[in-house]
Ligand binder design. Structure first.
Ligand code: F6P
Length: 366
């Protein structure tokens, strides 16, 4: 009966519970024993009551819940080797050497570091007399799989990350709600949405909401964007448009790397056009609430596939991220996906926008 641990780490996302539920139930169905590591990697480092066996009914009634019922955290200790050593000790003492980590790129980088160091850390623990030789021999290697839980949809090479679809729905509900009050007063609203370095949520919500303009990190506006924006809003008003909505991604910047905040846009429109402008920053509302149908079934498929991936792993197994690509569940090499995602963030930080967009496209089609 292999033992398999599941944890959620980093920012929560709608659909994480569906992944956990699928992992637990697939493990039981396959004759394995699932464990929940509570509070993210902190649970692995601290051990004790934070690593608990999970039963079929422990994941009943969570498919429709937002957030993550096993808890999450951003764990500084796990970024240190000493923290990972403690985590390996806690896990192997329980007989666990298969792990499914659900989280963003920080979580998955940590997971891959743990997998790479695992045999050395086991040897060290044996030498220090902290584990016995049978434990060391039976759990000398670890098998890990990742599922990307993040509303940002920033994993390069996949269609959708867990939570992105639900966040998009939440943003659209807000845009629809705001457009009626905006139209009543003939006002302009600037809506700031999440996404870190990724403009997915902003771009898609602006398209689906029929908004006037969108600012995203991947496509900074040309110099003089202020005049172009004012002209656009003015033309819309002249054509009889009563509501104007502009979406700005939290990571939006201009061509010189200067952040464009919702308040900057408000000030431009108010000062130049005398518009009555309001700013709405949606914040964590985007991460809350019930997961969409897509985030329930897609996450279920990913959890199922991740459990099978680690349960069927042999000595040659490499860590994978289970993700949808071209609408099919795909196992993407974990470090390749994380490295590509980080490369794009650094292209954006360096102002290489075309390169960032080209790399995203290339990784997706390869
Ligand atoms: O990565 C998910 C995300 O919601 C980002 O969109 C946002 O920038 C960040 O997390 C907010 O982090 P926190 O919840 O720690 O404030």
């Amino acid at each position: 009966h292999p033992k398999i641990a599941v944890l959620t780490s980093g920012g929560d996302a709608q659909g994480m519970n569906a992944v956990v539920r699928a992992v637990v139930r697939t493990a039981i169905h396959e004759g394995a024993v699932p464990y929940g590591v509570h509070e993210g990697w902190r649970g692995a480092v601290e051990g004790g009551d934070l690593i608990r066996e999970m039963h079929w009914s422990d994941v009943s009634g969570i498919l429709n819940l937002g957030g993550t019922t096993i808890g999450t955290a951003r764990c500084a200790e796990f970024r240190e080797r000493s923290g990972r050593r403690q985590a390996v000790k806690n896990l192997v003492q329980l007989g666990i050497d298969r792990i499914i980590a659900i989280g963003g790129d920080g979580t998955l980088t940590g997971a891959d570091a743990l997998r790479a160091e695992w045999p050395t850390l086991v040897d060290e623990l044996l030498e220090a007399g902290e584990i016995d030789s049978e434990t060391a021999a039976t759990h000398h290697t670890a098998h890990l799989a990742g599922v990307v839980g993040s509303i940002d949809n920033d994993l390069v090479g996949s269609d959708m990350t867990v939570g992105a679809d639900s966040a998009l729905h939440r943003i659209l509900e807000a845009i629809d709600a705001i457009s009626s009050t905006a139209a009543s007063h003939q006002r302009t609203f600037v809506m700031e949405v999440m996404g870190r370095n990724c403009g997915y949520l902003a771009l898609m919500s602006a398209m689906a909401g029929g908004c006037d303009e969108v600012f995203i990190p991947e496509m900074p506006p040309d110099d003089g964007w202020q005049d172009a924006l004012c002209q656009k809003v003015r033309a819309g008003r002249a054509a009889g448009r009563r509501d104007s909505i502009i979406v700005v991604a939290e990571g939006a910047k201009d061509r010189h790397g200067q952040a464009i905040h919702a308040t900057d846009i408000r000030d431009v429109l108010a000062d130049t056009l005398g518009e009555d402008v309001r700013v709405t920053a949606l914040g964590h509302v985007q991460r809350g609430g019930t997961p969409s149908a897509y985030d329930r079934w897609m996450s279920t498929l990913l959890g199922y596939s991740a459990a099978l991936d680690v349960l069927r792993a042999d000595e040659t197994h490499e860590s994978h991220i289970l993700a949808t690509k071209h609408n099919r569940v795909t196992a993407i090499p974990m470090m390749e996906a994380v490295a590509n995602t980080r490369a794009i963030a650094s292209h954006l930080a360096d102002g290489n926008y075309e390169r960032a967009v080209a790399s995203r496209g290339a990784s997706y089609s390869s």
